[in-house]
Unconditional design. Structure first.
Length: 284
């Protein structure tokens, strides 16, 4: 009896399968259940962008000091690169600025961020001065050398890496959307902490009308969820942290990189002067 029941079930199954093939043809059907929905998806769901974060742009400040750190694991100009770069910027109300760059990857990128003359050295640090008389690159090595590039574009890569530029780009209004997750006290100030959705950042960055942000977004493969701390009183961005995968054109880099930017001082108006080596700079 059991054998007859099994045979009957098998016969029904074969009959139903044959009917389905005759009815629908030999096309393969993909399940649209949540576990297998990727096989049938025809559009990418829009990630939650969050609420606009109330921010003031750093351009409102007459002077500032800030730091940035990029930790990288990937390739620079096709060569394996693992290490970090650190930058510190000072600006004042006289239109002067100084960016100091250090880190284990500095020697690797010296030529591309400072020109062929800078590439001849293995610097421990590089200072980029922007003065009313032009741009100056000071290479601090066994011998301190000052270079005054004739082409302003030769310092463009380091300017893009400056903490001020990074913070301004990463907190533009089209990408500065997130969720308030708490408050923290820092140096006597109350900071609001926000979490920004990484997928939403990518979508907004790729659509941005700002050429720098759009170029940055187009070169990315992936973006993590960012943490942003904003001064509750002044509404200036204070700290930004995120992890990215993709290309970072200023450094000719591709791979994984973490970015951390911190505003360390506002309206302190620091004095910025050229070193003695820039009295007779090299002009390539």
């Amino acid at each position: 009896m059991k054998k007859h029941r099994t045979a009957a079930i098998l016969g029904i199954t074969i009959a139903l399968t044959a009917a389905a093939i005759l009815l629908f043809g030999s096309r393969t059907a993909f399940s649209t259940s949540p576990l297998l929905a990727f096989g049938a998806s025809t559009s990418t769901p829009k990630p939650p962008a969050g609420e606009p974060i109330p921010l003031k742009p750093l351009t409102d400040l007459s002077s500032l000091s800030a730091t940035a750190k990029i930790s990288a694991n990937g390739l620079i100009n096709g060569e394996k690169a693992l290490g970090d770069l650190n930058a510190e910027i000072l600006t004042n109300d006289k239109g002067q600025s100084k960016i100091t760059v250090t880190g284990s990857l500095l020697g690797t990128i010296a030529a591309q961020v400072g020109g062929s003359v800078v590439g001849l050295f293995k610097p421990s640090s590089v200072d980029i001065y922007q003065m009313p008389t032009g741009s100056y690159i000071v290479v601090n090595s066994l011998v301190t050398v000052c270079v005054k590039p004739s082409d302003p574009a030769s310092t463009a890569a380091l300017r893009e890496f400056s903490p001020q530029e990074l913070m301004s780009m990463l907190t533009r209004k089209e990408v500065a959307k997130g969720k308030l997750t708490g408050q923290e006290e820092y140096n006597g100030a109350t900071l609001n902490r926000y979490t920004l959705n990484g997928d939403a950042f990518l979508v907004a960055a790729k659509k941005s009308g700002d050429p720098g942000l759009k170029s940055f977004g187009d070169a990315l493969w992936d973006a993590g969820d960012a943490d942003l701390w904003v001064d509750a009183g002044s509404r200036y961005p204070v700290v930004y942290r995120n992890s990215f995968s993709g290309e970072f054109e200023p450094l000719k880099f591709e791979g994984n990189f973490d970015v951390s930017v911190q505003l360390t001082g506002v309206n302190t108006n620091p004095a910025i002067t050229l070193p003695a080596s820039c009295k007779n700079p090299i002009t390539p």
